[in-house]
Ligand binder design. Structure first.
Ligand SMILES: NC(=O)c1ccc[n+]([C@@H]2O[C@H](COP(=O)([O-])OP(=O)(O)OC[C@H]3O[C@@H](n4cnc5c(N)ncnc54)[C@H](O)[C@@H]3O)[C@@H](O)[C@H]2O)c1
Ligand SMILES: N[C@H](CO)Cc1c[nH]c[nH+]1
Ligand SMILES: [Zn+2]
Length: 430
């Protein structure tokens, strides 16, 4: 972790940069893979899986037998944990449903919106370095609540050509039936163009590494929507003398262990807190099985002492972290000043792992500064809202003259006529 003491404001923009691969390089790789999938479909998926995941598949689709087998490979403890998480995620997302509100904008003119689930959705479950079965809950539960009719799950196979049983158990628990052994760029290509086996979808959801995220961004040029760029994990922690360095270190490492592209940032008003946290990081790192990944991510990471909590919040708003942990006793006083962040964790007990797994909030969140213009996944992500209106005779009489004037001013006489004809009939009847 690189450290900085009271950097000048003019240096902040360099300190808020991410360690991402050149966007142009990624785009080229994605377009090459997409091109081959458009031409060769399933065969391209099998070939790319062999190239990138080092396994030659005989079938892309997970069979019913594999799903049944998975149930016996998961401990009762883990099944219970998944059910607790599922119940909280369901509660948090179910309350996001909105009631239909009809508004009479003018007497006789009624307008309202109704939600419809997006029919065909693709959900990507990361599985390159760890099988993130928790993401199955984060995407599958809101998709089901939204009423999406067709949910297609893609996730990379391991070197035996299998999907981790926890992903299969979780998918089955929440009623997802179409599961395919495809990951990375090739999964996003399959969901974008469709192949003999995998159906093209309307919108693609899910987090992933830089390849997956770049592929989703490119996919938008081919008529498919995406949730947001949800790339390599990030956390920014704001700490002061009321924070607990061993908790802060653990939280920073929890995101560093996701992968070498992850970045973690510590902002503090207290140099001693910085030093104690770094000591804790070094001690805790030793016992992590994913020590190498975390250590690599820490090379991209920063510990910065700033003059005040206000400055820390200002820095965080520029960086726009995926996760912001505000580990200070006064955290709640600063809520109104937080403008850009995917998800915020307040106080010493709100570890980010809670949001990753079981508190109920969604862990699929914007990274790489996209928290400035995107929200994380929610029920809304899986819904389209259709507007409706019904005008009575009184309604068209009330707003008709305004429409006629505006249409005439835009020189759109057919628009005007659509009103005039109705008003004439009404005045004739009257
Ligand atoms: N932002 C979020 O909401 C969020 C949530 C969970 C996880 N994540 C992130 O998701 C990522 C998961 O990454 P992962 O790698 O473990 O799994 P992944 O499933 O995202 O990616 C694995 C796939 O990447 C492809 N790949 C790997 N190297 C490649 C190369 N050189 N060229 C082309 N393709 C290549 C392979 O096909 C492989 O199947 C992590 O970065 C994690 O931080 C983000
Ligand atoms: N922290 C990740 C989002 O960046 C989500 C996750 C899943 N499993 C563990 N963590
Ligand atoms: Zn995590």
């Amino acid at each position: 972790m690189q450290t900085y003491i009271n950097p000048q404001l003019s240096d902040w923009s360099a300190l808020t940069s991410r360690p991402t691969k050149e966007a142009q390089d990624l785009q080229k790789i994605v377009l090459d893979v997409f091109g081959k999938i458009q031409k060769e479909k399933d065969q391209a998926l099998i070939d790319f899986t062999e190239q990138f995941d080092k396994v030659r598949l005989t079938s892309l689709e997970v069979s019913i037998e594999e799903i049944e087998e998975a149930k016996d490979l998961i401990s009762e403890d883990l099944k219970q944990a998944i059910q607790i998480a599922a119940s909280n995620i369901e509660k948090f997302h179910a309350v996001q449903r909105e009631e239909v509100k009809v508004i009479e904008t003018t007497k006789g003119v009624n307008c309202w919106r109704e939600s419809r689930g997006i029919e065909n959705v693709g959900i990507y479950i990361p599985g390159g370095t760890a099988p993130l079965f928790s993401t199955t809950l984060m995407l599958g539960i809101p998709a089901k609540l939204a009423g999406c009719q067709n949910i297609i799950l893609c996730t990379p196979p391991n070197q035996e050509g299998k999907i981790h049983p926890a992903i299969l158990y979780t998918a089955n628990l929440i009623g997802i039936e179409k599961i395919y052994k495809v990951g990375g760029i090739q999964a996003i290509g399959a969901l974008t163009f469709g192949t003999e086996t995998i159906q093209k979808v309307d919108k693609i959801f899910g987090p992933g590494n830089q390849y997956v995220t770049a592929a989703k961004q490119v996919a938008q040029n081919f008529g498919v929507a995406i949730d947001m760029p949800a790339g390599p994990s990030e956390v920014l922690v704001i700490a002061d003398e009321t924070s607990v360095p061993k908790y802060v270190a653990a939280d920073l490492l929890s995101q560093a262990e996701h992968g070498i592209d992850s970045q973690v940032i510590l902002l503090t008003t207290n140099e001693q807190t910085l030093n104690e946290t770094i000591e804790e990081i070094n001690a805790q790192l030793e016992i992590l099985p994913r020590k190498e990944l975390a250590a690599k991510a820490l090379e991209n990471s920063r510990g910065i002492v700033l003059n005040s909590i206000e400055e820390c919040v200002a820095f965080s708003n520029i960086y726009a972290p995926e996760h912001l942990i505000f580990a200070c006793e006064t955290a709640e006083d600063f809520i109104p000043t937080i403008i850009n962040a995917g998800s915020v964790f307040l106080g010493n007990y709100s570890c980010e792992s809670a949001g990753d797994y079981a508190s109920g909030t969604n862990h699929t969140l914007p990274t790489n500064g996209y928290a400035k213009n995107y929200s994380g996944v929610s029920l809304d992500s899986f819904i389209k809202k259709i507007t409706f209106q019904k005008l009575s005779a009184e309604g068209i009489q009330n707003i008709g003259p305004a429409i006629e004037s505006m249409a005439e001013a835009e020189e759109l006489f057919a628009h005007k006529n659509a009103v005039t004809l109705r008003l004439q009939d009404l005045s004739y009847k009257a």
